[in-house]
Design a protein around this ligand. Structure first.
Ligand code: HEM
Length: 153
């Protein structure tokens, strides 16, 4: 990622970070509405979709997703950024392997993240491409960890 791309990510990320948990909740709400089978992995699986936004475990996962992206985006552009991002996302992948989250779920989450950010930040076509590159990189790290685990999923 070149310095222009890093600047685009950091600048556009300010909008969702103004209200981090709400931004994460918007992403997860669309994710579960569009791909409801993912709900089955969560302790709030029996909560109706319309009531999810008030559920504390739901809000916790929403906030965590944003937090992990924020840690990665803070690291971007600094010395050792790629190693740091690799470390952050390998940790996420390893903690999720026992939960048997499929690659398809991560791809679906990526699609939803890009859609919510595009709407929230009013991203241009070229800005969407920069975000796509970042989230694709993240998914690459997760998929490598899944593959190294002997394709556990
Ligand atoms: C790619 C972005 C994601 C990030 C940054 C992320 C982050 C986290 C974190 C930090 C935790 C809590 C600590 C832990 O146990 O590992 C967690 C828990 C969890 N994650 Fe994710 N996650 C992501 C994607 C997903 C996806 C796609 C699923 C699919 C269903 C998922 C399912 C879960 C479940 C079921 C838990 C346990 C929740 C609970 O017990 O309340 N995660 N996640």
């Amino acid at each position: 990622m070149n310095s222009d791309e890093v600047a685009i990510i950091k600048k556009t990320w300010e909008t969702p970070m103004a209200t981090p948990t709400d931004s994460g909740a918007a992403i997860l709400t669309l994710f579960f509405n569009r791909y409801p089978s993912n709900l089955e992995k969560f302790p709030f699986r029996d909560v109706p979709l319309a009531e999810l936004s008030g559920n504390s475990r739901f809000r916790a996962h929403a906030g965590r997703i944003i937090r992990v992206f924020d840690d990665s985006i803070q690291a971007l552009g600094k010395d050792g950024d790629l190693e740091k991002i690799d470390e952050i996302w390998t940790k996420v992948a390893l903690s999720h392997i026992p939960r048997k989250i499929s690659k398809e779920s991560y791809n679906h989450l990526k699609e939803v993240i890009l859609e919510v950010l595009t709407a929230a930040c009013g991203l241009s076509e070229s800005q969407v491409q920069v975000w796509d590159k970042l989230v694709e990189h993240v998914n690459g790290i997760i998929f490598k960890a899944i593959n190294d685990d002997g394709d556990a999923i």
